[in-house]
Every structure is written in structure tokens, then in C-alpha cells.
Design a protein around this ligand. Structure first.
Ligand code: GLN
Length: 193
């Protein structure tokens, strides 16, 4: 199982380490050629404004959209969720191209500024014990389309969702040492293969 991590900016190293510790082959993805031969891709947290600017003028997002349309499983965390959201509540990313593909409306930074970052136990479907969710200037999922299922909630707000082969989380499952969200993602990929 070869899983790429978009490595334009942000917490890609932590995802690579987490995936590696779970036995997955990993690849840092910085250009469209890297997408060939991947079984799945993770879009990390970080700063979505930086990611869209770095990707602008390249064929990376257009090629990735094609791969997603062909069924490449993709999991976006935090800024990665912002890239995947079909709709943003404001136009703070300007006219920059994003990916889309996940039928949600997302508000950037809706959980507050850096100093309002927090961790909280999250009940996760399929896991007996809660995971510690880390929210850092996190996006909030405001609306979901009918084909999008909720996998985890915080204060009754969806924080982890799935629409077919596209997963999104508002928080950072790659921070800390708890690899259960990644393990579950890999398990789902195995189940899909
Ligand atoms: N606030 C960031 C953004 O808008 C996301 C924060 C994160 O990924 N931790 O891109």
C-alpha cells in the first residue's frame, strides 16, 4: 500500500512518520508526476493560503482532481479539508484554485485563533476508546451534502466526514502518537482494494 502526502507546506512530515510507523510505503508529493502509482493521498494541515499559492500555475491540482474522479482515495486534515471542501463560507482564498470533491461547506479558522487551539477527546465510530483531537486554527464544517456521512462529532458539530473515497477532518490526527485514525484509514483502503 503506497500512500502519498501532499508536501507543499504544513504538517506533512508528521503524516509520513505516522503512516510509516503503521507499515505503509510513503511518498512526498510535490508535483503531478508523483501521483502515478499511489493507492491514496493525504492532504495535511498547515496553511491553505500558502498551499494554493504554491500549487498555482502548476498542473498538480488539475491532475489530482482527475485521479480523484478515477477514485483515488484522499484524506484531508485541517487545511487539507479546506482544499477538499466544495464550498467555503467566505472568499478568503481569493481566486486561487482548490481541489473540491467533498460536498461540505467549511468556515476557515472558525474554532478561533492560534491561542484558542485545543485538544479534546473525540468519539470515533469503530474505535472503543476516544481519540485526542487537536484543533489548531481549525476549519468548521457548517453544512454537509446528502452523500456525506459523519464519522466523528465535537459538540454536535461534524469534525470527521466521508463522501465515498474522500475523507476530511477538522483536526490533526497526525500530531501526537495515536495512530488509530490513520490505521482506520489504511484499513478502509485495504477493505476497498
Ligand atoms: N487556518 C488554517 C487555514 O486556513 C488551517 C489550520 C491548520 O491546518 N491547522 O489554512
Amino acid at each position: 500500500m503506497r500512500v502519498g502526502v501532499l508536501a507543499l507546506q504544513g504538517a506533512f512530515r508528521e503524516h509520513l512518520l505516522m503512516l510509516g510507523s503503521l507499515g505503509a510505503d510513503t511518498l512526498k508529493v510535490t508535483k503531478s508526476e508523483h501521483l502515478a502509482g499511489l493507492d491514496a493521498l493525504i492532504l495535511p494541515g498547515g496553511e491553505s493560503t500558502a498551499m494554493v499559492r504554491i500549487a498555482a500555475g502548476t498542473d498538480l491540482f488539475a491532475t489530482l482532481r482527475e485521479r480523484m474522479a478515477d477514485g483515488l482515495p484522499v484524506f484531508g486534515t485541517c487545511a487539507g479539508l479546506i482544499l477538499l471542501a466544495d464550498r467555503l463560507s467566505d472568499d478568503s482564498l481569493g481566486g486561487y484554485d482548490r481541489l473540491g470533491g467533498l460536498d461540505v461547506t467549511v468556515a476557515r479558522n472558525a474554532y478561533g485563533r492560534q491561542r484558542e487551539s485545543f485538544t479534546t477527546p473525540l468519539t470515533v465510530r469503530g474505535l472503543d476508546e476516544p481519540v485526542e483531537g487537536t484543533f489548531i486554527r481549525a476549519p468548521q464544517i457548517l453544512e454537509l451534502g446528502p452523500g456525506t456521512e459523519v464519522l466523528s462529532r465535537h459538540d454536535n458539530v461534524p469534525v470527521r466526514v466521508r463522501q465515498g473515497s474522500v475523507w476530511g477532518a477538522s483536526f490533526h490526527p497526525e500530531l501526537g502518537t495515536d495512530g488509530r485514525i490513520h490505521a482506520e484509514f489504511l484499513h478502509q483502503l485495504g477493505a476497498a482494494a
